[in-house]
Write a protein that binds this ligand. Structure first.
Ligand SMILES: Cc1cc2nc3c(=O)[nH]c(=O)nc-3n(C[C@H](O)[C@H](O)[C@H](O)COP(=O)(O)OP(=O)(O)OC[C@H]3O[C@@H](n4cnc5c(N)ncnc54)[C@H](O)[C@@H]3O)c2cc1C
Length: 307
C-alpha cells in the first residue's frame, strides 16, 4: 500500500494527482479484508486497470485506489474457452489465444489495458468487442458479495456495460468463448500494430479516443471539421494526426485536457447541433460528472493553433 501515490504514474496520459491510498492486493483474502475495512470506516474505493481510458483529476482521488493486476492475473484455457483474471493484460490474452489457434479476440488487437477495464468499457472496434465473447463475469461488490453475471446480464453496448451505471462492483475474472481458427496468425497482430502506429499518435501519452463516435459518424471527423485539430491548451493538444485523441506533449494537466474537450465539444455542438459524449472516464467521480464539467464554463474558445 502506498499513501499519496501520484496517479500520473498509473495512467497512459501521464496525468493525475495523488490517491490517498494506492493498493495492489496479492490475495483475495487481503482484498476482502480491505473492502470490509473501507466499508466499516466509510472510505471510498475506486478500481483502476492500466489507466488507459481515464482522466484523473489534478487534485487526485480521495480514498483507496485499488488495482487487481497482482491478484487476478491468471489465464487458463480449456478447449475453446478461456478463464482470465481482470488484472491480466488484454494484449497478452489476444496473443496467447492466437498462439493456441483460437480466434475471436482479433478485434481487440492493439487495445491497451487490462481485461477488467476492457469488460467495464466493453472495449473493441467496429469488428467486435470483448462483450461479444463473454460467457460470464465474476464480480465482487464492496460488501465482498460475489455474483456471476451472464453476457445478457452485463448489458453491453457501444463502449458501455451495466457496470458503468451500477458502479461499486469489481470485475474479478471472466470466461470468454473463442473459436478454432488455426489460419489466424501473428501477422495479424503485426498488421494491427502497424495500422495503429500509422493512424494514432502513439509516440505521445494519450488515453485513446476521447469521445464516442456518434451514430453514423466519427468524433474525429467532426472535431477536424470545426478546425480544432492541433489546438493546444497548456501541455495538452488535440492530436494533429487523429482529432479524437488528446496528447500530453509535456506537463499537461487534467484541467488542460478538460478545457480542450470543452472547446471541441462546444464547437461541434455549435456547428452540427450534436453533443459529443465522452468515452474517457473522469476517474473517481460519479457518472455524469464529466459531462457536467464540460457543460460548465464560458462559451469562449481558448487554446492556440500551431502555425
Ligand atoms: C493508444 C490507445 C488506443 C486505444 N484503442 C482503443 C480501441 O481501439 N477500442 C477501445 O475500446 N478502447 C481503446 N482504448 C481505450 C482503453 O485502452 C480501453 O478502454 C481499455 O479497455 C481500458 O482498460 P484499462 O485496464 O486501462 O482500464 P482503466 O483505464 O484503468 O479503467 C477504465 C474504467 O474501467 C474501470 N475498471 C478498471 N478495472 C476494473 C475492474 N477490474 N473492475 C471494475 N471496473 C474496472 C475503471 O474504474 C474505469 O472507470 C485505447 C487507449 C489507448 C491509450
Amino acid at each position: 500500500m502506498a499513501a499519496g501515490e501520484p496517479l500520473a504514474r498509473h495512467t497512459t496520459l501521464r496525468i493525475g494527482g495523488p490517491a490517498d491510498f494506492f493498493v495492489e492486493p496479492e490475495t483475495e483474502t487481503a482484498l476482502r479484508a480491505l473492502l470490509s475495512l473501507c466499508r466499516e470506516y466509510g472510505v471510498d474505493v475506486h478500481f483502476l486497470g492500466q489507466g488507459s481510458n481515464v482522466l484523473v483529476p489534478d487534485e487526485g482521488v480521495r480514498g483507496v485506489v485499488l488495482t487487481t493486476r497482482r491478484l487476478f492475473n491468471r489465464c487458463t484455457f480449456a478447449g475453446t474457452e478461456v478463464t482470465v483474471g481482470s488484472g491480466y493484460a488484454l494484449g497478452r490474452l489476444v496473443q496467447l489465444s492466437l498462439e493456441r489457434g483460437l480466434g475471436g479476440l482479433e478485434p481487440l488487437a492493439g487495445i491497451p489495458g487490462t481485461v477488467g477495464g476492457a469488460v467495464f468499457m466493453n472495449a473493441g472496434t467496429a469488428a467486435g468487442t470483448i462483450g461479444d465473447r463473454l460467457v460470464w463475469a465474476r464480480l465482487l461488490d464492496l460488501a465482498g458479495e460475489e455474483s456471476l453475471l451472464s453476457r445478457e446480464e452485463m448489458g453491453f453496448g457501444y463502449r458501455t456495460s451495466r457496470l458503468q451505471q451500477e458502479p461499486g462492483r469489481l470485475v474479478a475474472e471472466v470466461r470468454l468463448r473463442l473459436e478454432e481458427a488455426p489460419q489466424v496468425s501473428a501477422d495479424l497482430l503485426r498488421a494491427a500494430a502497424a495500422r495503429r502506429r500509422r493512424t494514432q499518435p502513439l509516440s505521445y501519452p494519450n488515453a485513446g479516443s476521447i469521445f464516442r463516435n456518434p451514430p453514423g459518424d466519427y468524433a474525429g471527423r467532426l472535431i477536424e471539421a470545426v478546425g480544432a485539430k492541433g489546438l493546444a491548451v497548456g501541455g495538452a493538444q488535440i492530436s494533429p494526426l487523429h482529432a479524437n485523441f488528446i496528447v500530453n506533449t509535456g506537463g499537461a494537466t487534467a484541467a488542460d485536457v478538460l478545457e480542450l474537450m470543452r472547446i471541441a465539444r462546444g464547437l461541434v455542438r455549435e456547428r452540427f447541433g450534436l453533443t459529443l459524449v465522452p468515452e474517457i472516464r473522469l476517474f473517481g467521480a460519479p457518472a455524469g460528472t464529466l459531462e457536467r464539467r464540460l457543460d460548465e464554463g464560458g462559451g469562449e474558445t481558448g487554446g492556440t493553433l500551431p502555425d
